[in-house]
Structures are given as C-alpha cells and as structure tokens.
Design a protein around this ligand. Sequence first.
Ligand SMILES: Cc1cc2nc3c(=O)[nH]c(=O)nc-3n(C[C@H](O)[C@H](O)[C@H](O)COP(=O)(O)OP(=O)(O)OC[C@H]3O[C@@H](n4cnc5c(N)ncnc54)[C@H](O)[C@@H]3O)c2cc1C
Length: 639
Amino acid sequence: MRRRILKLIPIFLFACKGIRSTCKLQSDLTEEQKKGIIQTAQMLDYNNTQLITYTSFKKPKEGELMPFVIQNGDEDYQIILTRYQGKIYAFGSLCPYDLETDLSEGICFGDKLYCPKHGCQFDITNGMVEGPPSIDNLPKFGVKENEDSIEVYAPLIVPKKIIPQYHFRDYNDQRKVIIYGGGAAAFACLTTLREFGYTGELSYISNDNYMPYDKSKMSKRIKATKPEDFFFRKDKWYQAIAIDAHLGRKISYVNNKYNNTYVELDDSNKIAYDTILIATGTDPVHPPIKGIENQTVFYFNSLDSHQQLKEKLKTINDLSIIGINTMSLEVAQTIRQEYPNIKINIIDPNDESQFQVQYGPELTNLVLDLHVEKGISIYENIKIKKFEKDSIVFKGKKKLKSDAVILFPSTVSPKTEFAEVSDHQFEFDNAGRVKVDYFQRTDIKRIFAAGSCAHTYYYTNGTGHIGDQWQACYNQGMTAAYNMLALNVPWHQIPFTYTEQFGKVLQQTSSWPQFDEVHIEGDLKKWDFIIYYGMNDFVVGAVGTPSKQNRIAIVNEGIRCKNIPFMSDLKNGKYSTKDIEAAVRKIKKSGCYKSTLYKFRYDVVPEYNLWTFRDNMSTFYFPYDNAEISAAPKMKGDE
Ligand SMILES: Cc1cc2nc3c(=O)[nH]c(=O)nc-3n(C[C@H](O)[C@H](O)[C@H](O)COP(=O)(O)OP(=O)(O)OC[C@H]3O[C@@H](n4cnc5c(N)ncnc54)[C@H](O)[C@@H]3O)c2cc1C
C-alpha cells in the first residue's frame, strides 16, 4: 500500500506539469476536468512496466506538432502529439541522432516528419526512421482521443530512442551475402538486410580496423573522443545478428563462375557468395608537393587518422589546413574551439576553392568571414612551393610556420581495385566510379555497388549523382539491400546534408556538379536565408539556414515530388518557398515507404530467392503514388 501511494504522488504532480506547460492552466479547468486528471494518474501493469496515463485538453490540428510534457523517471520528457488523416499520434520529441534536437520544431508532410537540424525523417504513425543520419526509431506512445481530451499512455521509464528490430541468423537459410567496404553504404546495406528479414549468411569485409563508424561526426568532435564515440553499433550488436566480420582485409580474387561463386581474401580465406555489395568509397588523391615528407600530414578520412591527429594536436602550435571545402572548414572550426591555443592557417592553392566552385561567392564570403572573425587565417589562391620541417613556403618566398598539415585534396579517386581482381569488366564513368542503375545494380549480375565508389542516377531527372554525401551513400546502401531482397525499389531519396560552422548551421538539399545562377531569399548577414542554385533555369538544389518554416525540408520535398518552379519565376517573385510548400501539400505525393515495404518483404519473391535477374523485372515497386520515373539509364547488361 505504502509503495502505491509513494508512486502516485509524483505522477500526479507530473500530470499537472504536462498540462500546465502545454494546455490550459489548472485554474482554467472545470471541476470535471480536474477530476479527469486525478483519474488519469493510474498505473497499469504491462510487461513489468508501469503504464501511466496523461491527459491533454488541447488537441493538435492536422499536421501540427504539439509538444506535451510527461515524466520519465524523475525527469521531464517532452513528447509530440500530432494528427494525421484525422487520427492522433504520440511519439518522442528528441532526435535520436544527437538526443538534443527538438523534433517539434521540424515539419510534417503527411505521415513523414523532418528533423529541423539534420534532415532525418521519421514515420509518425509508428516512429520508424525513414531517412538517416538517425539509425534509430522514435519511441511511440499509445493514445486515445476523447471528446474533449487526449489520453497518452507511457511507461514509467521511457527509452530516449528505439533500436529497430532485427532478424537473427537462421542457420537453415543458406543464402550468402558479402558486403565489401566499411562505411555508410556498407553499414546501411547490412542493417537493412537484417531489418527486412534476411536471415542468411552475412559476411562483412573491410580494410579498416573498426566495425562501421559515422565519418560525418569525425569533423565535428576531436578532442575528448574515443573510437567508440563514432561507432554505429556496439560489437555485441553485430554478434547478436551474426555478422561474420573480416577486418583489416581485402579481397584478392573473385570467382564469379556460375555455381561456384566465391571471393578469396588476402589471408587466403575463401568465402562463397550469392550476391556482393561493393561499397569501398573513395580515397583522396595526394597532390605532388615538394618536401611533403618533411611535415606530419593527415588526410583525415579514417578513424585511425582522426585519433592520430587528436594526439598530434596536443603537441603543436601552428596547424596548416590545405583546401577550402565544407569538411575542411568544419575541421578548422572544431580545432579552433577545442584547441584555442593552436594557430590555424587555411591555404587553398586553386584559383577558386572547391567551396566557391560549389556554392558561389556569396556563401563563400559569408562563411570565410566568420572563420576570420574567429581568428583563423585564410590564404586563397596561393601556390605552395614546398613543405619544410617547420614551415610551408609559398611561391614568392613567403613562409608560414607549420607543425602539421591536414590535406583536403579537391579530387578523390573511387576505390575500385575490386574490378582488377574480378573476372569481369565493370562499366565505369569517366572518374572511375562503378556505374549502377536505379536499383544499385552494376552491369554484372549478382553484384551491386553503392556510395561514393558508385555512379548512381537521380530518379527525378535521370542525371547522375556523384556527390560524396553521407546521407546519399547511406540511402543507396539501403536501396541495394532492398534490391538484393528483390523488393525492387529504386534509389529515390534526395540528399539532405548539414554542416555546423561556429554554431551556425547550414543545410543543403540535393547536389549539383555546376550552376549558372543563384537566387537568395532572406538575409545573409542575419544568417536567415535560403540560396537556390540553378542551371539552365532549373533549380538544382539549395542551401539555407534552419528556419521556423523549415525551408530546406520544403525544397527537399519539392525536388522529390518534382514540384519546383523555374529559377526565373523564383527570381521575378512569381513563386517563393511558401508556394513550393503549398504545392507539395496539395499534390500529397509525399509520404513514408518503409512500413509498406515491411508488408511486402516476404510476398514479393519466394523466401529462397535472394535476387532476380534484371530480365525478369518488367515492373517494380515504387513507394509513392503517382510518381514518375525518368527513363532509366541504359546499362551494358541490359543489351
Ligand atoms: C571527416 C569527414 C567528415 C565528413 N562530414 C560529412 C558531412 O558532414 N556530411 C556529409 O554528407 N558527408 C560528410 N563526409 C563525407 C562522407 O563521410 C562520405 O560521403 C561517406 O562516408 C561515403 O560513404 P561510403 O560508404 O561510400 O564510403 P566510406 O565511408 O568512405 O567507406 C568506405 C570503406 O571501405 C573500406 N575500403 C576501401 N577500400 C577497400 C578495399 N580495397 N578493401 C576493403 N575495404 C576497403 C574503407 O576502409 C572504408 O571503411 C565526411 C567525410 C569525412 C572523412
């Protein structure tokens, strides 16, 4: 009895707190409503958890994200109430990616919620993550709508995020998949296969020494980090879902002969396969610089180099960063903040830096001015003559003190050595990327490729996607998994990326090899803007700051639904971002797709079938109603 009373008191206080912060004040409530609160402070036993009922007297409108505070143990915990197609839903309000960002400031398109900072997407009806960088689901709560209130059922202790359910290995399942490479695309494929019911053998081969980690976090934190801080999942998780990991290894031979397909590793191990994903990423192209051996040079593209740089930064006074791009600027700002005593010089030897080529002078000046204001020195269009032991010498004799160098070359080379050890000739683009179709299939049957080593196509207009963007690579890895399982889903996401520069967040939708005009809405100086990039009057993408309106999410949806005005109409004021939002909402083409795929996953093909020949694929499943697919790129294997 004593136990029960003790528990009821805090719950009652809590129910009041939630109501006070989001709904009517206690004093505004009728006697009947007050009684309602007390009645809801009951507990139900459910799987050894106590379920608590909270009541809200305010109701969200269709698509509105209404924050509502409940109790999590002794802490306040905000959830979101929303309405979709008339029904009420309740889910956690913290973005699982950083457990900080408040999702109630995001935006909903139908059943899909966009995170206001990272652009992760969630299905509000079941909390499922639809799009990275989050890899976890949102906690979802039971709700009941009454005539004048909403009841929310929550456990006494609420998990902040939910790890999706994965299928365990079934040793009767003889199918065999090999994932080659260890980054975003590889992890996404591995995790999606197990999430979508694949119970066969899953071998993972990477030349890295770690299980997959999130590279995009490496430029945002250096000082107080351990390798584990960047891992997607703990080792135990991989053991639980039976991943056969071969770390520090490469494939040295591929036998693709029908009925006897296997790879041989550089330790002579042989692994049989039915299908392979190539996701080996890219490598920076090392520029020829005289005296490069005189300086400690970091390429900063692996966790080992990240941790080695961390050690070096403890001992140096002058750091040179070579190359101006989003990543190098992000690294510079992180080091500036974490190691304020180190003098940082950023040097770009090109006539126009990679950043300027990509974003134009308006954004470049804004971001570089911010860096200069924070004490970083910038040298643009300065040719380097040589590296000396403690300095960098420019052409024209000027010298800068330098104890270490981080190199961000403007060109990268796809890691496709795989092709050299395979019996088959892959089809490549001019830069050496493996060409794949909308389904991430190479022209060699049974072999898929995804991520930055692959040349993929946007379904919206059939143009190639060759951007080195984390989210795009992740989504392509997921797409490869769907198609290994013969779910026949094209890569259909538009990349959404973000960077943080001295507390200012910049978001980007899509990617573009070139642009010929820009249109700016808002105020650059106030860091409240969106810049549209256009080519031949077509909008090819946009960059902007997070806003109440969630402009970049709107444009992302607009591009995905092929509902974007011409640049000229944006420029002459005929349309604005608001009109794009209205148009996207009107066509109702947006939505989530994962739960629909869940329903399909065992039906589409018999369970024993891992993949289907392209010849048999006359139709494919596309997750959105009314979506049009641009003509598919022709592959050699189609002929
Ligand atoms: C520091 C840093 C910060 C970044 N920040 C961002 C960001 O904020 N936003 C963003 O969009 N992008 C960012 N990027 C880029 C992003 O990380 C890449 O686009 C993405 O990781 C590419 O994914 P991937 O799966 O194609 O390849 P990778 O992640 O590069 O993984 C390739 C893997 O394959 C392994 N491998 C390579 N060759 C072989 C071989 N022969 N045998 C076996 N294994 C091999 C490698 O060890 C590596 O593990 C950042 C990159 C870095 C380095």
